[in-house]
Design a protein around this ligand. Structure first.
Ligand code: FES
Length: 133
């Protein structure tokens, strides 16, 4: 995987410098790709009441890269495809009757008018592994 962003070590932890703060708008999800060759490596970023949140961008229901495009209500995001809803703060599935799968969340913050996220270790799901196992 070729990371497309500058890396910065802060207190011994690796972070990625994603974009200027001015590019993350209030209540508008932002899709961020890390590697043009594999679309698994992407996250969704949100700004709600001027606080930032970062989650995986693939909906665990049918693995659509649509979380950034979801409908926001409070700290909930609803996938536009079939309506699964997640909490963007902890990634939890808001409707456990539909399934227990959740989003992964990542640390995110602003420094000197730039948005940083922790290095996102996104595991390759079984359905995307070369052997399918
Ligand atoms: S793919 Fe998101 S709810 Fe189905």
């Amino acid at each position: 995987m070729a990371i497309l962003f500058d890396e910065e070590i802060i207190d011994g932890k690796k972070y990625l410098k994603i974009c200027p703060s001015s590019e993350v708008f209030e209540r508008v999800g932002k899709q961020v790709h890390f590697d043009g060759s594999d679309d698994i490596y992407q996250v969704a970023i949100f700004r709600i009441e001027n606080k930032l949140y970062c989650t995986t961008n693939h909906c665990p229901h049918q693995n659509a890269a649509e979380i950034f495009n979801g409908v926001l209500k409070g700290l909930s995001v609803t996938c536009p495809l079939h309506g699964w809803t997640y909490n963007i703060d902890d990634g939890s599935n808001a409707e456990p009757k539909r399934g227990l799968k959740k989003l992964t969340t990542f640390e995110i913050f602003e420094k000197n008018n730039w948005v940083f996220i922790e290095y996102p270790n996104i595991p390759i799901p079984r359905w995307r592994s070369p052997s399918g196992s």
